[in-house]
Write a protein of this length. Structure first.
Lengths: 80, 228
């Protein structure tokens, strides 16, 4: 089984890297970009075919390491 | 005073903190991150600065979950002293021993210069050799030192008097210009609830010898040796 975990900054948390990217896009003349927030993507291969076990493992991975829930949210998508 | 300096892959300031502790009169041991126990009779565990695990994922994230952190957590729970400097502060936050997190500096630059700090209280094991509101000279050297916590946590830290140091100007003023990395409330260091764990971004171990520009950092190590 494969899954994709997306970790993003919570709204309200200042993202200076996102702001810098936003500024760079503006200076490149890319039009129509209102704002940018930077996040992380993890592609995870699971050694189980069991949906419930996979979900539990991914939740543990996110809560214990992949995201710092002080400032970050996470989203898990399991490929069917 | 028996101190254990924990070394992770990528730690690089262990030698300096070891020297500062020895100068103050401590017996110092180094402990590899894969150990599961601290040496018997350890009074103080120190997490030194550096770039543990290359700052992968988030600064201090991997080290904060290393085997030895179980022993550090147990030591702290017993009331044992723990000091985290720079990357050590990041590790303490990531391990949950201290609240909040250190984010990218607000100006996005790696900062490396001398800096004034104001000592917020001098009734803890870490600061007895200083005076309250004393302005001390330290060094900062970090890219991620911008202290952040949610509003409720910040209110609790402030309410319980858990701010150890703030970035200040030479007169001890807490002003925007002196808050070099954009930390909330100019926080440079915080204590745990029991005041036995201290995390701080600046490096007191850099200034312990007149030969290299000052001795304001000595007070912290002398306080610790006196406390144990």
């Amino acid at each position: 089984m494969r899954a994709r975990v997306t970790v993003t900054l919570k709204s309200g948390v200042l993202d200076p890297q996102g702001k810098a990217i936003e500024g760079a896009l503006r200076s490149l003349g890319v039009e129509g970009v209102a704002s940018v927030r930077q996040g992380k993507v993890f592609d995870v291969e699971l050694d189980t075919g069991d949906q419930a076990r996979a979900e539990a493992a991914l939740k543990a991975a996110c809560e214990r390491l992949l995201a710092n829930t002080v400032i970050e949210n996470y989203r898990v998508e399991i490929a069917s | 005073m028996k101190a254990a300096v924990i070394v992770f892959p990528g730690s690089n300031r262990e030698g300096d903190v070891l020297r500062a502790l020895r100068q103050a009169g401590a017996e110092v041991h180094t402990v590899w991150h894969a150990e599961t126990e601290l040496p018997a009779g350890t009074d103080l565990a120190v997490l030194p600065g550096g770039f543990s695990y290359g700052d992968y994922l988030r600064c201090g994230a991997i080290a904060g979950r290393a085997a030895v952190m179980g022993a550090v957590r147990a030591h702290a729970a017993r009331g044992g002293l723990v000091l985290g400097i720079c990357n050590g502060f990041q590790i303490l936050c990531e391990s949950g021993l201290l609240p909040g997190i250190l984010m990218r500096n607000a100006n996005l630059r790696f900062l490396c210069h001398r800096q004034k700090l104001r000592v917020e209280r001098n009734d803890t094991a870490f600061t007895r050799a200083y005076a309250k509101d004393q302005v001390i000279d330290v060094c900062v050297a970090h890219g991620e030192g911008n202290y952040f916590a949610d509003e409720e946590t910040l209110r609790r830290i402030e309410g319980e008097g858990r701010v150890a140091f703030r970035y200040a100007n030479a007169a001890g003023g807490i002003v925007a210009d002196a808050n070099v990395n954009g930390s909330l409330n100019a926080i440079a260091g915080i204590y745990s609830e029991g005041l036995n764990v201290l995390g701080m971004m600046p490096h007191p171990e850099n200034l312990i010898d007149d030969l290299v520009g000052g001795t304001d950092g000595r007070g912290l190590f002398e306080s610790l040796v006196r406390a144990a």
